[in-house]
Design a protein around this ligand. Structure first.
Ligand code: PEP
Ligand code: MG
Length: 834
């Protein structure tokens, strides 16, 4: 041992990630594999912490280890590469005497280059002096004089003093507030330590007469796609990562029409690098980027880092490693974070793009899109007819906006949270959506939006909405296209083999069912039938039904709705090809189907041939102070039985007409008491009996209940006696458990999370302590009453990995989430089971 806490990185020494960091551990592995790694020492985290607290270490001993004439580098080695660390410093040990000697050995040009680089990085990074005083155009004497001036003392001539200063500055930098916050944001624990590696420099700057010298980096897969391909650069007479500086006079690694390459000029070196790359791949079981130096013709590998990769590349690399037998399939599954699949499915803002962010809101549905602003669903539909890409901006959306949302490329709302109407619909459609855009004011009449900085945008102005991060950019910014490839399917197939909880999708239309089927959902866990009524022709009939004065008129309107509902169900059954489909009977309050603006009311009066006063009176009569807790869901089903009866008939008639035959699942929303289920069940059974008699065809169906009021969870035992399945609607359940409006929470949710009142938005991540307790209680009580009851979740939490973990633990049979979340849920479920 050199000095306490310092360990040589030899094959036999006891380098551990927990004390010496990943870089030191990786270097030791490279040494063990026989790669030509220059002599390296690792200083452990405990010692570095001590240095930051003022305890000295014996740097003389460290320098003595390398020999008086050596130059060394110091690099950070933390617990995980993404936690970052201070910038590496090279050429420590450069003094006037050493410079003179090197001038003699390598020629003045090379020696000057080494010295100026060291002076520069020491002055700027260690002494923290003004970088302008140490620009590359300055001479050695000028830099030394500038250092002397600023510091009041000459540039240190003792390598041990230089090294001590470097170690101290790096240890302090690591413990600074900014660095701490930055790494904690990347998942580092509060007490994450820093180790350092000190390595003998091999000089990529040398005497050209004594052979090839230079440095570079190489990797063997593309960071963007993960496809096998040699990527990197090499630059003669350079050090560190200089070859990667844009416009550097570097060589390509393999033959390239754009310029000279290492493959043509130094094929032996390239062959050695390929060999080392292959060794790393098979023995470190990872795609590594190797940093190398060629010194007078001899190759040295200084470092190797896990190749930086996009989500798409991560997927491809994991699948290739498993296919080649380097890692087991289960490990490949574990190497892909479930949410990374979303990046592969949606267009994303190019990470290199430098757009102007004009507002930030809550990221409610991933993906990015550019379009011109419109302020009404109607304008969005006309724009669609002209094949224009538009972004629909609304204060908040309601059912009347659904067709406009279909016609838009993305949605932005001033209000709302992650389970607001806009968010739920956008996720279903796979449209980018940002809600709760803090600080904007929308004036739909004037068709203008005022931004937090006071500027305004109007209809027709172009913006880009990034629903993955919540950012909204002025104008168009470059986007990258989604490209799920064969590895996407492969990894999900491997995931499916291992998971033990089902994954269904929430789909309201045949189009969404097609997406879900494409993502291999095991069925539909929630089909919100109200979304089938927003087509213009259907909406008119629905409104006729709402305006019907007597049962006969209502029956006439419902008779017109029956065939359209039936054909939607038939189509969904056909797409799902025999997989289970849960259809929820109508849920929203009826006023959601009526217009609320004057023009809409006028149009309605005209289409129903009614006086305006009647239309207004009916709308007034249906309006409620707190509609989400008013006449909706099963309450509507009980008071206006014909609606559910029509829906049940449409479901049954579709089921007997479908091939392969399905066993439809009929679900009653917003239940809070056993008696509600009992009443509706009797009526639905009567409809089933009628359809059986009329058609002469026998069929089965299952009746279930949505548990989305706290009372339904508390009384789940008696409710389960009437229901063969219970699906927890955690959107409403969260809303009602907290007494927190889904549509208004967005206004203050970020502040609440920032203040630590809520650890996370409970509409996004299941509140395990409160709502979760209701879930567990409901599940246990239901099972106690009916052992074979099927349990599931169909709120938006169904696609969240942590919430899935909870459901699996509670013994649920499946989760149901928006179609684009299905791959994430399949992956998350596999991670839990492995
Ligand atoms: C729920 O409340 O969780 C649910 C799935 O229903 P909706 O979002 O349609 O209210
Ligand atoms: Mg609900």
């Amino acid at each position: 041992m050199i000095t306490p806490g310092v360990l040589p990185v030899t094959p036999t020494s006891n380098i551990r990630i927990s004390s010496h960091g990943v870089r030191a551990k990786c270097l030791q592995r490279l040494v063990r594999l026989g790669l030509p790694v220059p002599d390296t020492l690792a200083i452990d985290m405990h010692t570095i912490l001590g240095i930051s607290e003022g305890q000295p270490i014996d740097t003389d001993a460290v320098i003595a280890h390398f020999g008086e004439d050596a130059l060394v580098s110091v690099r950070p080695s933390s617990g995980a590469p993404e936690w970052g660390g201070p910038t590496s410093i090279l050429n420590i040990g450069m003094t006037s005497a050493r410079h003179a000697k090197l001038s003699h050995e390598l020629g003045p040009k090379a020696a000057d280059a080494l010295y100026t680089r060291f002076l520069q990085s020491y002055a700027v990074q260690v002494a923290r002096l003004d970088p302008d005083l140490f620009g590359p155009d300055r001479t050695i004497d000028e830099m030394r004089a500038a250092y002397d001036d600023a510091m009041g003392e000459p540039f240190p001539e003792d390598p041990a003093v230089q090294l001590a200063a470097v170690l101290s500055s790096m240890s302090l930098a690591w413990n600074g507030v900014t660095a701490r916050l930055l790494r904690q944001a990347r998942g580092a624990p509060e007490d994450a330590g820093l180790a350092l590696v000190v390595q003998r420099m091999v000089l990529g700057v040398g005497n050209p007469h004594r052979g090839e010298s230079g440095s570079g980096v190489i990797q063997f897969v593309s960071s963007e796609t993960g496809v096998p391909q040699i990527t990197g650069r090499y630059m003669r007479q350079s050090q560190g990562r200089e070859a990667l500086i844009p416009d550097a006079d570097a060589l390509y690694l393999i033959s390239d029409p754009r310029g000279p390459s290492m493959e043509e000029e130094n094929p032996d070196i390239l062959d050695q690098l390929k060999h080392y790359g292959q060794l790393c791949r098979t023995r470190l079981r990872e795609e590594m980027q190797i940093e190398f130096t060629v010194s007078h013709g001899e190759l040295h590998t200084l470092d190797a880092l896990r190749v930086v990769r996009t989500s798409r590349a991560a997927l491809r690399i994991a699948v290739d490693l498993a296919t080649d037998g380097v890692i087991p399939e289960a490990e490949a599954v574990l190497r892909v974070p479930p949410k990374a699949l979303l990046d592969v499915l949606h267009r994303q803002v190019d990470p290199q793009a430098r757009g102007e962010v004009v507002v930030t809101g809550i990221p409610a549905s991933p993906g990015a899109a550019t379009g011109r602003i419109v302020f009404s669903a109607r304008a969005a539909q006309s724009a669609k007819a002209r094949e224009e890409s538009v972004i629909l901006i609304r204060r908040e959306t309601t059912s009347g906006d659904v067709l406009g949302m279909h016609a838009s490329a993305a949605i932005l709302t001033e209000r709302g949270g992650v389970t607001s109407h806009a968010a739920v619909i956008a996720r279903g459609l796979g449209l980018p959506c940002v809600v709760g855009a803090a600080g904007v004011t929308i004036d739909s009449r004037a068709r203008r939006i005022r931004l937090p900085d006071g500027r305004e945008l109007g209809e027709g102005d172009e913006i880009t909405v990034d629903g993955s991060t919540g950012r909204v950019f002025a104008g168009a910014v470059p986007l990258v296209q989604p490209e799920p490839d064969a590895s996407f399917r492969t990894i999900l197939a491997w995931a499916d083999e291992r998971r033990d909880i089902g994954v269904r999708a929430n789909c309201d239309t045949p189009a969404e069912a097609a997406v879900a089927a494409g993502f291999e959902a095991e069925g539909i866990g929630l089909c919100r039938t109200e979304h089938m009524f927003f087509d213009k022709a259907r909406l008119t009939v629905m409104r006729e039904m709402i305006f019907a004065d007597d049962p006969a008129d209502r029956a006439a309107a419902l008779k017109q709705l029956l065939p359209v509902q039936r054909s939607d169900f038939l189509e969904i059954f056909r797409i799902m090809a025999g997989k289970p489909v849960t259809i929820r009977l109508l849920d929203p309050p009826l006023h959601e189907f009526l217009p609320h603006d004057r023009q809409g009311k006028l149009d309605l009066a005209a289409s129903l041939d009614l006086p305006m006063a009647r239309v207004e009176a009916r709308i007034e009569a249906l309006s409620e102070v707190n509609p989400m807790l008013g006449l909706r869901g099963v309450r509507l089903g009980i008071l206006v039985p014909e609606i559910y009866e029509m829906q049940a008939r449409a479901i049954f008639e579709a089921a007997i007409g479908s091939a392969p035959r399905v066993t439809p699942e009929v679900m009653i929303p917003l239940v809070s008491s056993r008696r509600e289920v009992e009443i509706v069940k009797a009526r639905i059974e009567a409809v089933a009996a009628q359809v059986r008699t009329e058609s002469g065809i026998e069929f089965d169906y299952r009746l279930g209940v949505m548990v989305e009021t706290p009372r339904a969870a508390l009384r789940a035992d008696e409710i389960a006696e009437y229901a063969s399945f219970l699906s927890f609607g955690t959107n409403d359940l969260t809303q009602m458990t907290y007494g927190l409006s889904r549509d208004d929470a967005g206004r203050f949710m970020s502040a609440y999370v920032a203040e630590g009142v809520f650890p996370e938005d409970p509409f996004l991540q299941l509140d395990v302590d409160g709502v979760g307790e209701l879930l567990t209680m409901g599940a246990n009580r239901a099972r106690a009453a009916r052992r074979d009851v099927t349990l599931s979740i169909c709120g938006e939490h169904g696609g969240d990995p942590d919430s899935i973990a909870f459901c699996r633990h509670a013994g649920f049979d499946y989760v149901s989430c928006s179609p684009f979340r299905v791959p994430v849920a399949r992956m998350a479920a596999a991670h839990l089971a492995i």
